[in-house]
Design a protein around this ligand. Structure first.
Ligand code: PHE
Length: 361
């Protein structure tokens, strides 16, 4: 039989020099496992005489205990070293600067913000919100608004025409303004009407102040009595609230739109003398909206009797208003998807109260 003293020394040496838990486990299985060396020696005891068994048995038991103890100790030692190594590797250096989260949290685009602000103001004045499609029929975009085929106003709009007609054989365009929602909404209901319709609009145009896609908010009031004075008050009240001013001066200039009569261009007082354009002071005028009393032909398109009902409509350029309120010089930057721009000009979720995001406490 092999010399147990030498064997023990050998195994203990092995255990001592093993480097990781896998190695240690291999030793344990090799010695103490079911078919391990020590286990087999234990089995062999049965072949011995009772005296020999007693003597060898106790030596073998001691050997087994020593080996088993040294494996347990080594296991604990290895576990501790591994834990320490992990802690060293994973430690957090609290003195490092905090990583900015702004790129990950996202911001609200100024257009969305301003749409919300405008909707909130008109909401508080009792307006509902109506919507229409971006791809519009020529009928609603032009004809129903008193702009027949041959009308020169069609050229003014730089329209994007869709290549195919719809199922009713109607020509389709990307809507050039939000005014088609006027007739779409009025046809579906009965006067009185009081609604705004925010949305995207499209014209084939691109420079520092024009982009092929932009945003408008249409406003409309129709009942038996609404007149131009109401329009003026509404616009004044809106601009005062939007620009957060105690008073504001607006100017109504005669203009022309086929769907309003009379038609007006709306300007607000502003100061252009400094580097930043300031609304509400100074002696310059800045155009901010088109408006007018709804043309009788438009009311007729929506099956409304123009001898009984009347009202006003206006169209606000949302992007222009966002530029003015938040001092954003180039309109094209609104739509080129630069996250750095959005981080700078965008709004945090709870920055400013709006209808959709609740009021700030
Ligand atoms: N639809 C007009 C435009 O886009 C604006 C407007 C709306 C004018 C309503 C008058 C009334 O230019």
């Amino acid at each position: 039989m092999i010399d147990l003293v030498i064997l023990e020394k050998e195994i203990l040496e092995e255990v001592k020099s093993v480097k990781d838990q896998d190695g240690l486990e291999a030793i344990r299985v090799g010695e103490l496992g079911k078919k391990g060396r020590i286990s087999l020696l234990m089995k062999d005891l049965s072949l011995l005489s009772p005296e020999e068994k007693k003597e060898k048995g106790s030596t073998l038991n001691k050997l087994k205990n020593n080996v088993s103890n040294s494996i347990s100790e080594k296991k604990e030692e290895l576990e501790n070293t591994e834990l320490n190594n992990r802690l060293l590797k994973e430690k957090v250096d609290v003195s490092l600067p905090v990583q900015s989260q702004s790129a990950k949290t996202g911001k609200i685009h100024p257009v969305s913000q301003v749409m919300d602000e405008i909707s909130e103001i008109f909401g508080s004045l009792g307006y509902q919100i109506a919507e229409g499609p971006d791809i519009e029929t020529e009928h609603y975009n032009f004809n129903a608004l008193n702009i027949p085929e041959s009308h020169p106003a069609r050229q003014m709009h730089d329209t994007f025409y869709m290549p195919d007609k719809n199922d009713n054989d109607e020509s389709l365009v990307l809507r050039t303004h939000t005014s088609p929602v006027q007739v779409r909404t009025m046809e579906k209901g009965e006067p009185p009407f009081k609604f705004i319709s925010p949305g995207r609009t499209y014209r084939c145009d691109s420079d520092q102040t024009h982009t092929p896609m932009f945003h408008q908010i249409e406003g409309l009031v129709v009942d038996e009595k609404t007149h131009l004075g109401h329009l003026k008050w509404t616009l004044e009240t809106f601009f005062k609230s939007f620009f957060e001013l105690d008073s504001i001066e607006i100017q109504l200039r005669p203009s022309y739109f086929p769907f309003t009569e009379p038609s007006l261009e709306v300007d607000v007082l502003c100061d252009r003398s400094g580097s930043v354009l300031k609304v509400g002071e100074g002696s310059d005028w800045l155009e901010v909206a088109g408006a007018g009393m709804i043309h009788s032909e438009v009311l007729k398109s929506a099956n409304i009797d123009p001898t009984k009902y009347q009202g006003f409509a206006f169209g606000l350029g949302v992007d222009r208003l966002a530029q003015l309120k938040y001092g954003i010089p180039d309109l094209r930057t609104f739509f080129n998807g630069d996250v750095r721009w959005l981080n700078h000009y965008g709004f945090s979720f709870l920055d400013i109260p709006t209808l959709s995001r609740g009021l700030k406490k």
